[in-house]
Design a protein around this ligand. Structure first.
Ligand code: SF4
Length: 375
C-alpha cells in the first residue's frame, strides 16, 4: 500500500468527478483538443483554457455526422460538441493537427451559430520562417479573442500567463524526475490521473496541489511498489483510467510516458525572445517534442529512448487508437528503434475507452511475464 497523500486523493476525486470540477471554475472557459493550442493566450485573456478529453458517454449524434473511419476520439469530441455536453464553453480553438480533428473543426463550424470558433493554421516544421508565421497567427488569435469578447490582451498579461504556464511545466517535469529516479512511487492509474489534469485544472491551483503532493509523497518513505516492473507508455490520446488500472493489475507500473497530454506537453519552456511574447510562444510550441501528426519522428523516439534509459524501464507499451493514421505509421519505426536499443515493445490497439479488459489483461500479463524474467 502506498501511504495515502491528501493531495493525491484530491487529484483522484477531481479526475473521477470532472463535470463537478468544471462547474466550479469561476472564469469563462475556452476549449481546445490537443496540446499545440497555446494555453498562454487564453490565460492572458482572463479565461480558463480547458483541454477537452474524451468522456464515457455512449456516442450518439457525433457518429452520424462523420465517416465511420474517423477515430473514436474525434467522434467523441464531435459528439460532445453537438449534444450540448460542451455548451458551458465560451468557444473552441482548433489547430492544424490530424485529419480527423480537421474534419471535426469543419463540421463544428458548419453546425455552430455564433459561439467563438478559431482555427490556427499551424506549420508542421520549425524554421525561422515558420516561427514568424505562427507568431503572426497567434497574434491574430489574440486579436480575435479581444474583439469577440471585448477583452484587452497586452504583452504584460501575456508575459504573466507565460510565467504561470512555465512554472506548471517545471513542476510537472520535477514530478516526472522524482518518479523516474525512484524518489516517488505511484501506480500507473494515479500517475495518469495527476498528469492528465495538468491541462484541465486551473494552472495555479494545479501547480500548488502537485507541489503539495510531491512533498507529501517524498516524506512518506513508504514505497512498497518499488519492485513492480517499470514500463513506459507511448501513444497519443490514451485517456482511459481503466487502461492504466489494467497495467497496474499485471504488476507493471508506468514510470514515464510519451503521450500527447503527458510528458510531450510539458517539455520545453517559453523563453523570452527579442521579438516579443508571441514569437517566444511560437518558438516553444514549434520546438516541442512532436506528436506523430507533426514532423521529425527521430526527435520523439530519441526522447523516448532517453526517458526509458533514465527511468530504467523494462519495456514500452504502445497504445494505438484505431484509425489514428499518423500513430499507425510511426509505430513500426518506433518499435524497431526501441528494439535495437534492447527495449521490448508491445503494441495494443483499441478505442479511447477499454471495452474488452480481458483481452488487454491477457496480452499485458504475457508481456509482464516476458520482461519480468529479466528483473
Ligand atoms: S487519436 Fe489520432 S486521429 Fe484521433 S484525434 Fe487523436 S491524433 Fe487525431
Amino acid at each position: 500500500m502506498i501511504k495515502e497523500s491528501e493531495a493525491l486523493n484530491e487529484f483522484r476525486t477531481i479526475r473521477k468527478n470532472l463535470p463537478e470540477y468544471l462547474k466550479k471554475i469561476n472564469k469563462p472557459v475556452m476549449g481546445y483538443f490537443e496540446t499545440y493550442v497555446p494555453e498562454e493566450i487564453i490565460y492572458a485573456a482572463g479565461m480558463h483554457p480547458l483541454r477537452i478529453s474524451p468522456n464515457n458517454r455512449q456516442i450518439a449524434v457525433g457518429g452520424s455526422k462523420i465517416e465511420s473511419f474517423a477515430c473514436s476520439v474525434s467522434i467523441n469530441f464531435l459528439d460532445q460538441l453537438l449534444n450540448g455536453t460542451l455548451a458551458f464553453l465560451k468557444g473552441v480553438i482548433f489547430s492544424r493537427y490530424c485529419d480527423s480533428l480537421r474534419a471535426i473543426a469543419d463540421i463544428w463550424q458548419e453546425n455552430t451559430d455564433d459561439s467563438f470558433y478559431h482555427f490556427i493554421p499551424y506549420p508542421t516544421i520549425s524554421t525561422k520562417e515558420s516561427i514568424n508565421f505562427l507568431s503572426d497567427e497567434l497574434k491574430k488569435l489574440a486579436d480575435h479573442i479581444s474583439n469577440y469578447f471585448n477583452i484587452k490582451i497586452n504583452d504584460a498579461m501575456l508575459t504573466e500567463a507565460i510565467r504561470i504556464s512555465n512554472k506548471k511545466r517545471l513542476t510537472v517535469l520535477k514530478f516526472y524526475d522524482l518518479i523516474k529516479n525512484g524518489k516517488i512511487a505511484i501506480n500507473s492509474a494515479d500517475f495518469f490521473s495527476v498528469i492528465s489534469l495538468a491541462t484541465i485544472m486551473d494552472s495555479g491551483e494545479y501547480t500548488q496541489k502537485l507541489e503539495q503532493l510531491m512533498k507529501q509523497m517524498e516524506l512518506t518513505g513508504d514505497r512498497p511498489i518499488e519492485n513492480s516492473i517499470k514500463v513506459a507508455i507511448s501513444g497519443i490520446m490514451l485517456e482511459s483510467t481503466q487502461f492504466f488500472e489494467i497495467v497496474d493489475k499485471t504488476g507493471m507500473r508506468m514510470v514515464t510516458d510519451d503521450l500527447m497530454f503527458g510528458s510531450r506537453a510539458f517539455k520545453g519552456l517559453v523563453i523570452k525572445t527579442k521579438e516579443g511574447p508571441y514569437h517566444a510562444i511560437s518558438k516553444r510550441y514549434l520546438s516541442k517534442i512532436p506528436c506523430s501528426v507533426k514532423g521529425n519522428i527521430d526527435l520523439r523516439i530519441d526522447e523516448l529512448i532517453k526517458d526509458c534509459k533514465e527511468a530504467d524501464v523494462k519495456g514500452v507499451i504502445f497504445y494505438l487508437v484505431t484509425f489514428c493514421d499518423s500513430e499507425e505509421c510511426e509505430f513500426p519505426i518506433l518499435r524497431k528503434r526501441l528494439q535495437a536499443e534492447g527495449i521490448p515493445v508491445i503494441g495494443l490497439e483499441g478505442g479511447y475507452r477499454v471495452n474488452s479488459e480481458g483481452q488487454f489483461l491477457t496480452r499485458l500479463e504475457a508481456f509482464a511475464e516476458q520482461i519480468g524474467e529479466e528483473l
